[in-house]
Design a binder for this molecule. Structure first.
Ligand SMILES: Cc1cc2nc3c(=O)[nH]c(=O)nc-3n(C[C@H](O)[C@H](O)[C@H](O)COP(=O)(O)OP(=O)(O)OC[C@H]3O[C@@H](n4cnc5c(N)ncnc54)[C@H](O)[C@@H]3O)c2cc1C
Length: 240
């Protein structure tokens, strides 16, 4: 296995080294962690009885460990808790790119593929802490003001952890790139930027009188980019 020259990078081998567009690859902690922490949604892929399955789920990172959770009856969680190999992917979809020929149509993006073996988190204190962070990594310190989870709720929930064994980030941020001779064509081309933004919050219709939106949720305001809110929340929750 080769390692990147920097100690703050993940190891690189045949599994995670980019072959196509290798110059778009990043393996350093800063890039990989930044992209993971700016996302709440991931897709987890694994094989069930010979079929590839790809499940969208909320997730979060602690150091080089990724966590996600779900109901005990989830097929994804039942399969992965046996230590199956898995790949967790995150995508930030930044633009659609319209070029002067079909071949050069593209997209700008920042994505991460993390490989490892998912394991059940069954040690009670670690499981409780993980379930707390599932909420607090998005809304720092929110669990402190919530009704405590019951043993029954905790027992009905499966938490998985996956140490990142290999990982790659791939970034395209170029907009329109055409073949030199095609710039002479009378064909319209453009980049359409894309951003996932928060909508206007919709308070629960059954709030008790006097219960108002707590401070600390300002980042989740109409029109603000979700990834900025999620990244700021992660940094506030973990202090990094
Ligand atoms: C929003 C979006 C749209 C895309 N649209 C297209 C498209 O239309 N056509 C197209 O060919 N490609 C597209 N890509 C790129 C695509 O994800 C793959 O990178 C590409 O198809 C090469 O796949 P491969 O398995 O041949 O790569 P290889 O370079 O052979 O993969 C080797 C290793 O590189 C790493 N790697 C590869 N791709 C990624 C990635 N995206 N993110 C992180 N690590 C990666 C993984 O560790 C992988 O195991 C898109 C990506 C995104 C995020």
């Amino acid at each position: 296995m080769m390692t990147d020259s920097s100690p703050s990078s993940y190891p690189v081998d045949a599994l995670n080294r980019l072959k196509r567009r290798a110059e778009r690859g990043h393996y350093d902690h800063e890039t990989v962690h930044g992209l993971l922490d700016a996302a709440a949604l991931a897709h987890v892929s694994y094989i069930v009885e010979g079929w590839p399955v790809c499940t969208p789920t909320l997730f979060w990172r602690e150091g080089s460990r990724l966590y996600w959770h779900g109901s005990n009856s989830s097929r994804m969680l039942r399969n992965l808790s046996a230590g199956e190999p898995a790949c967790l992917t995150v995508t930030h979809f930044d633009s659609l790119v319209l070029a002067r020929c079909g071949f050069n149509h593209s997209a700008d993006y920042r994505s991460v593929m993390a490989f490892g073996h998912a394991k059940l988190v069954d040690e009670p204190a670690e499981k409780r802490q993980a379930l707390r962070m599932m909420v607090d990594r998005l809304f720092p310190n929110r669990t402190a003001g919530l009704r405590q989870s019951t043993e029954q709720e905790i027992n009905a929930t499966t938490v998985l952890a996956m140490d990142i064994e290999r990982v790659s980030a791939k970034v395209r941020a170029k907009g329109v790139v055409d073949d030199e001779e095609d710039y002479a064509l009378p064909v319209y081309a453009e980049r359409i930027p894309l951003t996932l933004v928060c909508g206007a919050p919709e308070p629960c219709a059954r709030l008790l009188p006097g219960v108002s939106r707590p401070i600390g949720l300002e980042q989740y305001r109409e029109g603000l980019p979700l990834e900025r809110a999620v990244l700021a929340a992660h940094r506030a929750a973990y202090g990094d």
